[in-house]
Design a protein around this ligand. Structure first.
Ligand code: ADP
Ligand code: MG
Length: 255
């Protein structure tokens, strides 16, 4: 999609857990070619919003469109096949598998889905293509020469980057990341930020749910701030940082 085209459109999203409204009438868009940050203090509803977008949780009301299609009630795997890829807050790599095989699993998520549905097995040539693609993604993120190491032996920051490579192997249009900087050292965060900017420049659109204000402020083109389930403010980082409502929301929290 051309730069600036709306890829994702969240319209009046609501999520209730019994009497608690975790997401309260939230609307925002993500356009092709940008990095958007979804931030807010603890309990603001970020993870719940992430789960609604990735179809891990059922919306109570509202709508999410992706590439012009209503994905509000779609199966998670169909949303993935449309080109919406996600990572998990807690790394879900296969620690005893090689980097290459971990990334190849991501390629299966999209390329393999149709094949599996048709009840066929991947033939050797398809398998080889998937491994080639996995190697290409490892090269892209600078881990190409470590393809045959075990994933579990990598430092946490490198595992996070590997998880992004796995998501990229499915050739996504939109990459949605849940707190990718959590638990990383300063240098690891910098490496992650550099990678995400590089991917953005290569045309990958990114929505990042993040707790770490400093990390996200330096990274994103635009921010959506949530507080108590609702959208508080939306804008470019400098404007959001200067906004009194945002400062008050973070001050009163346990961030
Ligand atoms: P954030 O990610 O911004 O810290 P969450 O989306 O995790 O916030 O949580 C928003 C609110 O929804 C919190 O009050 C939380 O306790 C509540 N919540 C989240 N998930 C559930 C759930 N599965 N059941 C009940 N309440 C939940
Ligand atoms: Mg959360």
């Amino acid at each position: 999609p051309a730069r600036g085209t709306p890829l994702l459109s969240v319209q009046g999203a609501v999520k209730r857990f019994g009497g608690l409204v975790a997401v309260n009438d939230v609307s925002f868009d993500v356009q092709a070619g940008e990095i958007v940050g979804l931030i807010g203090p603890n309990g603001a509803g970020k993870s719940t919003m992430f789960n609604l977008l990735t179809r891990t949780a059922q919306m109570t009301a509202g709508r999410v469109q992706f590439l012009g299609q209503d994905i509000s009630t779609m199966q998670q795997r169909d949303v993935a096949r449309l080109g919406l890829a996600r990572t998990f807050q807690h790394v879900k790599l296969r620690p005893h598998m090689s980097l290459l095989d971990n990334v190849a699993l991501g390629a299966h998520a999209r390329a393999g889905a149709g094949v599996l549905r048709a009840g066929l097995r991947l033939d050797r040539q398809e398998e080889r293509q998937i491994l080639q693609e996995a190697q290409r993604q490892l090269d892209r993120i600078g881990l190409g020469d470590r393809a045959h190491e075990m994933a579990g032996a990598l430092p946490l920051g490198t595992q996070r980057i590997l998880e992004i490579a796995r998501a990229l192997a499915a050739d996504p249009v939109l990459l949605v990341l849940d707190e990718p900087a959590a638990g990383l050292r300063r240098k690891e965060k910098m490496a992650l930020g550099d990678l995400l900017r590089k991917l953005r420049d290569e045309g990958v659109t990114i929505l990042i749910v993040e707790h770490d204000m400093d990390f996200v402020m330096k990274l994103v083109d635009r921010l959506v701030v949530m507080n108590f389930g609702a959208k508080l403010v939306e804008g470019v980082p400098a404007a959001v940082r200067a906004d009194e409502r945002v400062q008050a929301a973070y001050l009163g929290s346990t961030v």
